[in-house]
Design a binder for this molecule. Sequence first.
Ligand code: PLP
Length: 394
Amino acid sequence: SNHLSDRIQKMSTSATLAMAAKARELRKEGKDIIGLSLGEPDFNIPDFIKEAAKKAIDENYSSYTPVDGYADLKKAISKKFKRDNDLDYTTSQIVVSTGAKQSLFNVAMVVLNPGDEVVLPAPYWVSYSDIVKLAEAVPVEVTTSIDTDFKMTPEQLEAAITPKTKMVWFSSPCNPSGSVYSETELKGLAEVLKKYPNIFVVSDEIYEHINFMGGHVSIAGVEGMYDRTITINGVSKAFAMTGWRIGYMGAPEWIAKGCTKLQGQVTSGANAIAQRAVIAALEAPKSKIQFMIDEFHQRRDLVLELLGEIKGFKLNVPEGAFYVFPDISDFFGKTLNGTKIDNASDFALYLLEHANVATVTGEAFGNPNCIRISYAASEKELREAISRISEVVN
Ligand code: PLP
């Protein structure tokens, strides 16, 4: 209705969630849809985490929680930052939120003023641009392509900076491209930012553990960056806990305080039971989740091999996360089974309607030449889905 605020009218619906809803609809009509559109691990939560949650219920963890999270959870997060990332964040620099999505929203509302510019290397995670816009700031997309492995170069960053630039937001490993920034690459970006001391960086590291190359590097650890980096992380991806809704940040204390103030008026502290379970998750050795990472690695190789056989799919080798982001622009201008393909959205819709496979258009991630395919699905489903895709595009 036109009584909706300008704010909400200007906002787009999450394309990944919209695709999932569309797939559900078609399933209801009896279609056998394979869903490769969601960023959700298909594993069960490890038992030791479930046990911690059950124990929390029995121990009556049922009251409101501290707005910024339980003290012992924040301590566990502080230890995790040190152990995994060699970052020193005291508990007063940590805020626990209802998912990393809320952490990102908090940062936007706390740091950005109307008209501030936020550099987003594209492709970027769907919600970044809408969260930035909600804060009345302006997303400035930096277009990257498969030729640079979808990574922003220092030259591109420098060229995007204006006197209005307030922040740079990126994820590594990246959703949707799977690209991972190396230490050298992060140093290159930091070198540019040295010249602009008033620019802050959001480093979204939620896929940290799903990295097939080994070493994850946090930009907060690069010289000169610590005081102006907000490090975002969470348990949705590495621990298959998407529905538990716990994310967190490590940040300069003034930002953490601002986020706590905001959260105190909006959601209050995150869910009690979930927070108790996350303590167990974060204290566990990485070996407990290695099986998921190994499985994702195998599936990535399988998906690359099978998609690589389809003419018109240009692929890079994603080093992390659980997505491939093929460039399918070869199909633009062509007609497949009577359907004219003009852009990635047409292509994704074509795959849904003709192959019964749900993917997501790259347009939602700021790249109109690609589609995102999630391989958080069983090997059987992946084989079947890609064979169907192959049939309808040849
Ligand atoms: N950041 C990135 C890059 C993501 O892909 C996602 C989930 O899809 C999130 C943040 C949000 O995670 P959470 O479930 O913790 O809100």
